[in-house]
Design a protein around this ligand. Structure first.
Ligand SMILES: Cc1cc2nc3c(=O)[nH]c(=O)nc-3n(C[C@H](O)[C@H](O)[C@H](O)COP(=O)(O)O)c2cc1C
Length: 473
């Protein structure tokens, strides 16, 4: 399996097609060796720049001079982030890595460069994009790549069979790294890619989030580097769980069970009706469904207790502190976790007249599942929204960002648009629903794999976590 890492900064130093970055990384065996490699490359970057400082050139002249280098040494911040993620990914089974600088493709485009990019893209099983944050969003090189991918039929076809993950580098903490990653996630989902974030070892967020302004600064951001390493590891691990190109389903896909949770609906239960009709018309008997009408249930709010989950043990045991006998999670815990894929569905109206909802309570109550070693993680998931035109509530985005925190594999949201009591795109939705399961049955089931949840920012939970580890050993 090949992961293609692309760096999307105009400050890239490794822009030559022939540079040996991947070969160099393959020779590195430990993280401390990698840190030394990065530091050496940054020294090279600085010495190239300092040599120019002696010449008293204007900034523009220096920029031109730097471009005259062969593009085979040094590292920009985005490249440094990518190096950490690619190196970590290459340590997973069956993973090979490849690298391309987007500055050499999209800065001054021509057909030869575009063909080179296309060839690399069509040979990859996963795309890892690292780029700077510009105004809380991507830079123009990433944007141009997305436009190109989205205008080339071969690339669009291939995109459906690959995984995507991202790394974002900003000069500031909270500079928009997460917004950049979330917006990119949406673009790559729209292209048909399956999307993942960083791994459970760095609390399952939206990918690598790194802080670095001046060139070379990234090496000081220990936590950011961890998120990059973890994104690479997650990409490698998930690639080993799902072969998107294969026509074959997973061995035991016959017993695939999908849970559909309808979290919000209107008086006529239109969202539920659509879900029921999609399920009824789904002919492949491999998949069984359970539809939960959550909007009709009692879902207690999360009280944000310090000890969530209340204990560790058998996963079948309900372990949230909320103990009301009519509470949805208390009543249905075993059924909720018994699934191989799941969908969160909701009706999105222009107002809340006649809308019944447990959306927010439901999402927040899944905390005990997440904190119990990502109990519903590692599955293919999506959202299914029946949206009145102009409702603009972005539920499809909110659901996906919450699901990424559960360590899941995201697919394109299923959005049904309703205008004056007509569902505008229902035929397309039927196809999308079927496509979801074509992919879902390919995800390997590994019931014994545990993604350890590490409490970050919670002292009491951390104490409990350390005690659990001590008792285990
Ligand atoms: C046009 C522009 C806009 C920027 N906007 C942001 C921003 O919104 N948030 C942020 O944290 N950094 C911002 N930065 C800083 C870059 O993201 C940061 O310097 C990053 O390290 C660049 O990565 P690179 O060295 O690989 O180019 C901006 C930089 C430029 C040039």
């Amino acid at each position: 399996m090949i992961i293609l890492g692309v760096s999307a900064s105009l400050r890239n130093k490794r822009f030559s097609y022939k540079n040996k970055l991947v070969e160099d990384l393959n020779k590195i065996n430990s993280l401390s060796e990698l840190n030394n490699f990065v530091k050496d490359q940054i020294k090279v970057t600085f010495s190239d720049m300092e040599k120019l400082n002696d010449k008293k050139l204007s900034f523009e002249e220096k920029y031109k001079e730097l471009k005259k280098h062969k593009g085979d040494r040094g590292l920009s911040n985005s490249e440094t982030a990518l190096v950490y993620a690619l190196w970590q990914a290459s340590k997973e089974d069956n993973i090979k890595t490849d690298y391309l600088s987007l500055s050499n493709i999209f800065e001054n485009e021509n057909s030869e460069k575009l063909n080179h990019f296309k060839k690399k893209f069509l040979s990859c099983d996963a795309l890892l994009v690292s780029g700077p944050v510009y105004f809380g969003d991507r830079g123009s090189l990433t944007q141009r790549m997305i436009e190109f991918l989205n205008s080339d039929k071969d690339c669009m076809k291939h995109a459906k069979n690959i995984l995507y993950a991202g790394l974002a580098v900003g000069a500031k903490r909270n500079g928009g790294q997460e917004t950049t990653l979330i917006f990119q996630t949406l673009d790559f989902l729209n292209l048909g890619c399956k999307v993942i974030g960083n791994g459970h070892d760095t609390t399952a967020q939206y990918g690598g989030t790194l802080v670095a302004g001046d060139i070379g600064k990234l090496v000081d951001d220990d936590y950011g580097i961890k998120t990059a390493l973890s994104t690479g590891k997650n990409l490698g691990e998930v690639l080993n769980k799902i072969d998107l190109k294969s026509e074959k389903d997973e061995k035991n896909s016959k017993d695939h069970r999908c849970n559909i949770f309808v979290l919000q609906d209107n008086k006529n239960q239109e969202c539920t009706n659509i879900v029921e009709s999609l399920v009824k018309n789904y002919k492949d008997k491999k998949v069984s469904f359970k539809i939960f009408k959550v909007f009709k249930e009692q879902v207690h709010k999360c009280i944000a207790c310090d000890i969530c989950p209340i204990s560790y043990g058998d996963r079948k045991e309900y372990r949230c502190i909320i103990n009301n006998k009519d509470d949805f999670f208390k009543k249905n815990h075993e059924e909720i976790i018994n699934c191989d894929s799941f969908i969160f569905a909701a009706y999105s109206g222009t107002n809340f007249i006649n809308i019944k909802t447990n959306y927010q309570q439901f999402i927040e109550r899944t905390r005990y599942l997440r904190r119990d070693d990502y109990m519903i993680g590692d599955k293919l998931v999506t959202s299914l929204i029946l949206s009145e035109v102009n409702s603009n509530r972005n539920l499809h985005i909110r659901i996906l960002t919450s699901l990424m925190r559960h360590h899941n594999i995201l697919t394109k949201p299923i959005l049904v648009f309703k205008n004056a009591n007509t569902y505008i795109n229902i035929e397309n939705i039927k196809k999308q629903f079927i496509d979801f399961f074509k992919t879902a049955v390919k995800v390997k089931k590994d019931k014994n794999k545990v993604n350890e949840y590490k409490p970050v920012g919670y002292e009491i939970s951390l104490e409990k976590f350390l005690l659990k580890k001590k008792n285990k050993s």
